[in-house]
Design a protein around this ligand. Sequence first.
Ligand SMILES: CC(C)(COP(=O)(O)OP(=O)(O)OC[C@H]1O[C@@H](n2cnc3c(N)ncnc32)[C@H](O)[C@@H]1OP(=O)(O)O)[C@@H](O)C(=O)NCCC(=O)NCCS
Length: 197
Amino acid sequence: MLAIYGPAVTSTAISFEIEVPTVDDFATRLSVVQESDPWLVAEGDGGQVVGYAYAAPFRSRAAYGGSRETTVYVHPDHRRLGVAESLMQELLARLVEQQVHVVVAGIVLPNDASIALHQRLGFDCVGTFHQVGHKFGRRHDLSFWERPLDSGNPPGGSDRSVAKGSVVLQPAAADAGAELHGAAVNDLPLPIAEGQR
Ligand SMILES: CC(C)(COP(=O)(O)OP(=O)(O)OC[C@H]1O[C@@H](n2cnc3c(N)ncnc32)[C@H](O)[C@@H]1OP(=O)(O)O)[C@@H](O)C(=O)NCCC(=O)NCCS
């Protein structure tokens, strides 16, 4: 997963992080998320991670408990195959099961692909913070998107976990960040049951 996320940090403004997190930091993030929320990975034919999506608390104060912020990343070689849509539909379905009321997503502009994806998933843009980020010598806007989950419009259909290619969705293994070391994905432990760490 860090092999997917790292380049977004080092060569794009999609993430406002400046430094790529260490494997340990990334594994800690995964572990913290999995204490309360799903973190899903999509695996390609060879079992390699081709994308991931997770939900995390939108804000920490108690009254935000019914809200989550979602994140999705797909490896550049596996885009436009329905991976992100499958991941997100499965993620949203699980959040519905958790009785989450609304999900939000922040999209650094420009990001036409993410905007199109979120529109397709039923998110609406609720506003844009202007020039709140500064990366690679340029200021960037941040748009916020929301999607109610219990409005009688449940995400996903009967085939929500199947992308156009042969992709399998799994809960993330707790140490999936180990890919950063260049470990062969086949050497990684099999995905474990959600909630285990
Ligand atoms: C945004 C991103 C997650 C989309 O992943 P993906 O697996 O390629 O998306 P999908 O194949 O599931 O696309 C689903 C739909 O979203 C829209 N979409 C996705 N990418 C698009 C693009 N580059 N241009 C226009 N529409 C796009 C289309 O409607 C697409 O359906 P279609 O292919 O049938 O037309 C991927 O481009 C990515 O990882 N980008 C970098 C990280 C990022 O921006 N994450 C979001 C942070 S807010």
